[in-house]
Design a protein around this ligand. Structure first.
Ligand SMILES: Nc1ncnc2c1ncn2[C@@H]1O[C@H](COP(=O)(O)OP(=O)(O)O)[C@@H](O)[C@H]1O
Ligand SMILES: [Mg+2]
Length: 452
């Protein structure tokens, strides 16, 4: 089982609402931290912008449009009241000097047609002009670049008043939004950069735990990161050491016992030989021979366990070697491996496990077929045979040490009963397993699965 699969555990499925919300939340620590850091920032930004628009921008724009329309109404009134050209010229001059407004008069003309108005500022200006001007007018927000044109109709013609845009636009709005967005993006990016560095040790810790679970060495793993991550890393390494020590001790102890048992067995054999032939002794010496064989098989396995470490190799090559070795003994084997398959494992141990399964296939059947299945979880080596197979309810039993389907312990009908035990032990050491199934060839299918 891979780490990601844990979230699909049934216990979580019984909380549908929580799960439904969960589906929309990011799964990785990075994503979640991102959400925690970024979401408040952007909510704050949105609220601040809204408040700013609603209050500050609206108020300021209203006051500015109010002032502009007041000035325009004032000038139009003054111009209409002035009787001689002299005072008219004075008013026009004053408008340019003091109010930044250029006024021209087109006698005898009528108002042009009104262009379409868009945007909140135009609407606010129109609203203010309606209030302060009693004459008809036409507003052109795009008279020229950065210039607004206002045509005011009087009985004698049309006044055209030009005002710079800046009299009603407040540039602080754009500046404010730019600063807010810019600084938020900058600060968030810096936060993300630092966050990445915090999350890397966690990811490496997960990778190390995964590798250790598959029986690999992790020389690249060093304890780093925040104190909690360091603590977890240190605990992982201590745990690995303890497990290693425990396994070594068990294997060594069993090997010691097996080894020491051989001496009394040899003595017994000698004794029986000295006693000469008599009833029952034959059986006894058979039993002793069998016990010796069992001990030897275990010792051979325990010796093989010592000190091998995982290496990277090509599985196809290993399978070819195993098949060649098995063919030399007896039987017919078909090997279906399409291409090279690089993998990391204890090569000798894996070869032993596959050898055991192949040996079984040829011992209990006549024909064997070896194939490989690869997916994103790992590699399966599948060994089919055409033998009698094992009834489904007995399959698990066969993995127990010294257990055989045929109970007689007759060496003609099988081995000592350690083959499957050892194969599963090796597979499980790599985080995988050996599974027995029905074969399409009619016999047993043994599947050895190693995660990648
Ligand atoms: N391919 C197979 N077909 C039929 N029976 C099998 C097969 N492989 C294993 N078995 C049964 O499972 C038992 C245990 O297998 P194993 O652990 O390899 O021990 P051994 O082969 O030494 O007897 C065998 O004795 C045999 O009865
Ligand atoms: Mg066997």
């Amino acid at each position: 089982m891979r780490l990601q699969d844990l979230s699909s555990f049934p216990s979580l499925r019984s909380v549908p609402l929580r799960l439904r919300i969960k589906r929309f939340l990011p799964r990785s620590l990075f994503g979640r931290t991102l959400l925690i850091v970024v979401a408040p920032t952007f909510i704050m930004l949105a609220v601040a912008t809204y408040v700013f628009f609603d209050r500050h921008w609206y108020t300021v724009t209203q006051r500015m449009t109010h002032a502009l329309s007041g000035d325009i109404a004032f000038i139009v009134d003054l111009l209409q009241k002035s009787s001689n050209p002299q005072s008219t010229a004075e008013v026009l001059d004053m408008a340019v000097q003091k109010m930044d407004l250029t006024v021209r008069f087109a006698p005898g003309q009528s108002l042009p047609s009104a262009p379409a108005l868009r945007g909140p500022i135009a609407i606010m200006l129109k609203h203010e002009l309606n209030r302060s001007l009693s004459n008809p007018y036409v507003l052109d927000m795009r008279y020229a670049p950065e210039t607004i044109g206002i045509y005011v109709g009087v009985p004698e013609g049309v006044y055209m008043i030009l005002s710079p845009e800046r009299r009603i636009y407040t540039p602080t709005t754009q500046v404010f939004i730019l600063w807010m967005t810019g600084s938020s993006i900058l600060l968030t990016s810096v936060a993300l950069l630092f966050m990445r560095n915090q999350i890397r040790p966690v990811r490496r810790l997960a990778e190390a735990a995964d590798s250790i679970g598959k029986g690999r060495e992790v020389p690249w793993f060093k304890i780093e990161g925040a104190s909690e991550v360091r603590q977890a890393g240190a605990a992982l390494l201590v745990m690995r050491e303890r497990l290693k020590r425990q396994i070594t001790q068990r294997t060594a102890m069993l090997a010691g016992v097996s080894h020491d048992l051989r001496t009394p067995l040899t003595r017994m054999k000698l004794q029986i030989a000295l006693m000469g032939a008599s009833d029952g002794l034959e059986e006894l010496s058979g039993d002793i021979a069998e016990m010796e064989e069992m001990l030897n098989a275990y010792l051979a396995f325990a010796r093989g366990e010592e000190g091998e470490s995982a290496v990277s190799f090509d599985l196809k090559g290993l399978l070819e070697e195993s098949v060649t070795a098995a063919r030399r003994q007896n039987g017919e084997i078909v090997l279906n491996v399409p291409s090279e398959l690089p993998m990391i494992a204890r090569r000798n141990a894996l070869k032993r496990a596959i050898g055991n399964l192949l040996g079984n296939a040829l011992r209990y059947g006549n024909r064997a077929e070896v194939s490989v299945l690869q997916d994103e979880n790992g590699v399966s080596v599948i060994i089919d045979d055409d033998g009698p197979g094992i009834p489904p309810d007995r399959r698990e039993d066969m993995f127990r040490p010294f257990t055989r389907l045929e109970e007689s312990r007759n060496t003609a009908t099988g081995g000592v009963g350690l083959g499957l035990t050892i194969a599963r032990d090796i597979a499980r050491f790599h985080g995988g397993d050996v599974i027995l199934e029905d074969s399409s060839l009619g016999g047993l299918r043994a599947r050895i699965w190693i995660p990648v």
